[in-house]
Ligand binder design. Structure first.
Ligand SMILES: *Cc1c(COP(=O)(O)O)cnc(C)c1O
Length: 370
């Protein structure tokens, strides 16, 4: 029996249920079912944790696709240009790049932070002048790189597009919010994210007004004014019902981050087992996942199942091992990524995981032997 569930999405609304219902009712009664005040208010609220220009969109994958399409439309990237992506990311980071006709260059992570190895990024850039952009993915809610690093990339002529789907509210070592470092950033509000909608939702942020305008146009059929289309666009708008829900949820971001940091601290201070590697400390992380590593994961998951502890794996099959990329990326030699994928395991940090649960889970882990 599961005593400590990994995540139950019903729990993601309990602390703000009445406000969420009131917000949805407001939209229902307004008759405004596309765009409108809730979407505008959400974009303004998000900009506190992002770059100044925010555009609400349909989901995180679309946010990334729209950024790259907009960069192409504005002539800053050309079809076929190369983009560095961490090899150990969620598939959407890579899908966005290949979907718009750009070429992914997979770079290995630093096994300690599990984020892009910035030395390997420099080496890739030195080796291949055709690389035009880099996508730091702030995986598991911790910053990949710093504001100073992003500035250095830009001075080198490299466009920086952040995948901030997992890290809303996280800060870098130089005290900037992830999602405010680059030329543009993508956000996801998929229900499992730290701030989740009750359905799909996403956003783009950028310090660049022209880029924001092009993203907004592309997300609305490529239309600059009604029934006038300057580019071949999509329908990737943010739903106002989701915007209204997110306006409520964003007010809880600080509390949600604190809750996750408390659980992560308990795990980090109390799990002591030679067969388990803990994530390296990071005071700016928002712990979208708390990811441990172990050599014999099957034996650990069996043990956790036997002891009623829920777990997850993010992600068991890296993009270059996916059937959809077998022909294009399957030949890449990425031993660090492969070895991380084989040993990672995410512990519960869900809304009903209490501090006491985390302590119990740590004690259960301490008695584990492969
Ligand atoms: C969730 C996620 C996405 C995609 O967001 P969706 O809203 O699910 O489309 C992209 N990148 C990363 C790293 C993610 O975790």
């Amino acid at each position: 029996m599961i005593r400590y569930p990994f995540l139950d999405l019903k729990d993601t609304v309990i602390s703000q249920r009445d406000e969420i219902i009131a917000a949805v009712t407001r939209v229902i009664d307004s008759g405004r079912f596309i765009g409108g005040d809730e979407c505008a208010a959400f974009e303004k609220a998000l900009s506190r944790y992002a770059s100044p220009h925010c555009v609400g969109v349909s989901n995180g994958l679309d946010a990334l696709r729209l950024i790259f399409r907009a960069l192409i439309e504005l002539g800053r990237l050309g079809v076929g240009d190369k983009v560095i992506i961490p090899a150990n990311t969620f598939i959407a980071s890579v899908l966005a790049v290949t979907d718009v006709g750009l070429t992914p260059v997979l770079v290995e992570p630093d096994p300690l932070t599990m984020n892009l190895d910035l030395t390997a990024v420099d080496a890739a850039l030195d080796a291949d002048p055709a690389i035009r952009a880099v996508m730091p993915v702030h995986l598991y809610g911790r910053a990949a790189g710093t504001a100073a690093w992003a500035d250095r990339m830009r001075r080198r002529g490299i466009i920086v597009v952040e995948d901030n789907a997992q890290a809303l509210g996280a800060t870098t070592a130089d005290q900037q919010y992830t999602g405010s470092l680059g030329d543009a950033s993508a956000f996801s509000f998929y229900p499992t994210k730290n701030i989740g909608a009750l359905g799909d939702a996403g956003a783009v942020s950028t310090p660049d007004a022209d880029l924001a305008t092009m993203v907004r146009i592309l997300a609305n059929y490529g239309s600059d004014f009604r029934y006038h289309n300057i580019v071949c666009g999509y329908n990737c708008r943010l739903d106002p019902i989701q915007a209204a829900i997110l306006n409520v949820k964003l007010t809880g971001l600080a509390a949600e981050t604190q809750r996750r940091r408390t659980l992560a601290d308990i795990y980090s201070q109390n799990i002591k087992n030679e067969y388990i590697t803990l994530p390296s400390p990071d005071p700016g992380a928002v712990w979208h996942q708390y990811v441990i590593r172990t050599a014999d994961r099957d034996s650990l998951t069996r043990y956790l199942d036997d002891n009623g502890v829920g777990w997850g794996i993010h992600y068991a099959i890296p993009p270059h091992r996916q059937p959809c990329y077998a022909a294009s990326l399957g030949h890449r030699h990425l031993p660090i990524t492969d070895s991380l994928a084989a040993g990672i395991l995410s512990l519960p940090v869900g809304q009903t995981t209490t501090a006491d649960d985390a302590l119990q889970i740590a004690q259960i882990l301490n008695s584990y032997q492969p």
